[in-house]
Ligand binder design. Structure first.
Ligand code: MRU
Length: 345
């Protein structure tokens, strides 16, 4: 019988647990296994994606969402469409325009494609898969580092506001803004979180609240229009959100409503941090004005779930993101440390 010393046993057990832990995106037997985020918190169900059109649909309909998660999903999409890599890449990049991680992930795959030229389709697919798996693994490690650096900003007993979902669900695992929160909670800092519900898709209410509950992290759900009230009441000490694209000058696109939270934080003297990997920084985009903002289906605004709440035949706007100017951002928490928004390049 194999005899394992006590210390080793604990290390092996934690490594095994780490491996079997559920991830948002996985490659399983030639298929991409995704948590269908449109069904949460009611149902935790996976979908298996086997074709490029299915992956594009999963990204567009937000079965998979969040900047790093769609970057990794698109990378796996490139494996599925390796027979026609350039066309696959073009279609995947066009599926959602704002989060630069999507383009970044696909471009990494294209670079592998050019290096593998002339090596045959099986070899190309194997190399693409290797790269996509590496990307997924790197994402988890990156988030843990973001958590490590971000945790240094969190003091015992702090109340933290976050917008949308920048958690395990928005990444492969652990999360960016929620990674910071997770790290502070794991460090026993007795923090408390205010997730804003995030109309119209309700990622805060549906996904962040679900993740916080799962992680046993104390929280109070608020609607977006309760942010000012809670700040005025002295109930929020720090804001930490994710990002979809950070321009060279530090202007940052994130979920619609982030900008107003940042302005409110400034007015109330509350530090406002963005937590994001370097893959979200887009040096080719000079300022926030150059970021394309995705406009989504008006039905997301006129309806809540299946119920229509607005009159028919009306004009509706539905920008999915807004841009927070760099001047409202205290710092950007990355896997390499905390950057001043005006010191990116
Ligand atoms: O439209 P979504 O749900 O994809 O928007 C997600 C966000 O805005 C997140 O805050 C951002 O992608 C960072 S996720 C780590």
């Amino acid at each position: 019988m194999l005899c394992i010393r006590k210390g080793n046993r604990a290390a092996i057990l934690s490594a095994v647990l780490e491996r079997i832990k559920m991830r948002t995106i996985e490659w399983v037997n030639g298929k991409v296994k995704l948590i269908d985020q449109t069904l949460l918190p009611g149902k935790l169900k996976h979908v298996y994606v086997t074709t490029v059109p299915q992956m594009i649909d999963a990204i567009k309909t937000m079965k998979v969402r969040g900047a790093p998660a769609i970057g990794v999903a698109a990378a796996f999409g490139c494996v599925l469409g390796s027979d026609n890599l350039n066309e696959t890449a073009r279609k995947l990049i066009a599926s959602r325009p704002t989060a630069v991680n999507l383009k970044w992930g696909v471009e990494r795959m294209l670079r592998v494609g050019s290096r593998a030229k002339g090596q045959g389709s099986r070899r190309l697919k194997a190399l693409l898969l290797e790269e996509a798996l590496k990307l997924a693994e790197e994402d988890v490690q990156t988030n843990k580092l973001i958590g490590f650096y971000g945790n240094k900003l969190i003091k015992k007993g702090m109340n933290i506001l976050t917008v949308c979902n920048a958690g395990a669900l928005a990444t492969v695992d652990y999360g960016t803004a929620l990674g910071v929160i997770r790290a502070a909670h794991e460090a026993g800092k007795k923090i408390h979180v205010y997730p804003a519900e995030t109309r119209p898709r309700l990622q805060g209410a549906k996904l962040t609240a679900w993740e916080l509950k799962q992680g046993k992290i104390p929280f109070t759900l608020i609607t977006d229009n309760m942010i000012a009230y809670h700040m005025q009441q002295g109930k929020i000490d720090i804001v930490v959100t994710g990002a979809d694209r950070i321009a060279r000058n530090g202007d940052t696109a994130n979920k619609i409503g982030t900008y107003s939270a940042a302005v409110l934080a400034k007015v109330h003297g509350i530090p406002f941090y963005i937590a994001a990997p370097f893959s979200t920084i887009d040096l080719k985009t000079k300022t926030g004005k150059d970021i394309v903002i995705e406009e989504r289906d008006p039905a997301e605004v006129t309806n809540i779930g299946r119920e229509r709440i607005a009159p028919t035949n009306i004009k509706v706007a539905n920008p999915a993101f807004d841009v927070t100017p760099a001047k409202y951002i205290t710092g950007i928490i990355t896997e390499k440390g905390i950057l001043k928004p005006n010191k990116i390049s």
